[in-house]
Design a protein around this ligand. Structure first.
Ligand SMILES: NC(=O)c1ccc[n+]([C@@H]2O[C@H](COP(=O)([O-])OP(=O)(O)OC[C@H]3O[C@@H](n4cnc5c(N)ncnc54)[C@H](O)[C@@H]3O)[C@@H](O)[C@H]2O)c1
Length: 248
């Protein structure tokens, strides 16, 4: 799995899963464009990757705004050449914006903050890169989804799950549309990862057959395979990375 001639844009890559994914792609030779809404975080991630011998550049912008995304990707493509791999990772699991409330208690005014990053972020970034990928005859779009978007859960994450399911479903439609152009579109559906608060995680980790939380390296391994040449005949699929929870 050699990405020497590939440029990858990883959204929300300033920390957490996105940083791990960016580090893994860079370690295999990709030039990685580090997106984050927080420019300092993006810059720190670039320095970390460069210190490991990788190639990285900052690409700080807000994925929720379509005009911003289209302009930023146009400028990135001018500077870096075409984007070959897009990892739609930016999301708000675990952040303050997550604001876990039962659906019946959540004001409708709060819905947008879930939809904006987890659904519109995926739509916006996919839209910005897909035509270029089709024109060049090669591309990989990988969306980091969540088990909350695949199964019903009783942890008050309904809106988050709805948004994640929407982003994941785009990949299934997109796969059918862009497969003939050499572009694949897939999801990695993550279970509970190691950056959630301990008090929330402790009860759930006992239900995970592998008996541990997921790590950025677990997420990154799945992404690296889907981004590779070896996965060229895999599209429209969801690779579930959840330690064995929900075995279907
Ligand atoms: N952590 C988990 O347990 C878990 C479980 C399932 C799925 N996921 C998904 O994995 C992905 C990564 O999660 P994480 O836990 O590493 O999150 P995180 O909160 O640690 O990191 C997310 C990064 O995205 C950035 N970001 C947020 N909004 C953005 C925006 N509008 N534009 C650009 N960047 C933005 C943040 O600044 C942050 O650096 C997300 O899509 C999340 O929904 C996480």
């Amino acid at each position: 799995m050699d990405f020497d001639n590939r440029t990858a844009l990883v959204t929300g890559a300033g920390q957490g899963m996105g940083l791990g994914i960016a580090q893994r792609l860079a370690s295999q030779g990709a030039r990685v464009l580090i997106n984050d809404i927080d420019p300092d975080r993006a810059h720190a991630a670039v320095l970390a990757i460069e210190s490991e011998g990788g190639r990285a550049d900052t690409a700080a912008f807000d994925v929720t705004d379509i005009d911003t995304v289209l302009a930023a990707v146009k400028e990135l493509e001018r500077r870096a050449g075409g984007i070959d791999i897009l990892v739609n990772n930016a999301g708000n699991a675990g952040s303050e914006a997550m604001n876990q409330l039962p659906f019946k208690d959540m004001p409708h005014q709060d819905w947008d903050k879930f939809l904006a990053v987890n659904l519109y972020g995926v739509l916006n970034c996919s839209k910005a890169v897909v035509s270029g990928m089709c024109d060049r005859g090669w591309g990989r779009i990988i969306t980091i989804s969540s088990e909350a978007g695949r199964v019903g859960l009783d942890i008050n994450v309904a809106l988050y799950g709805v948004a994640k399911a929407g982003g994941a479903h785009l990949m299934r439609h997109l796969a059918r549309e862009v497969g003939p152009f050499g572009v694949t579109a897939n999801n990695v559906s993550l279970g509970l990862m190691d950056n959630v608060p301990a008090e929330f995680a402790d009860a759930i980790v006992r239900t995970i057959p592998i008996r541990r939380l997921g790590t950025p390296a677990d997420a990154a391994a799945a992404v690296a395979w889907l981004a590779s040449e070896e996965a060229a005949w895999v599209t429209g699929q969801t690779l579930v990375v959840n330690g064995g929870s929900y075995a279907f």
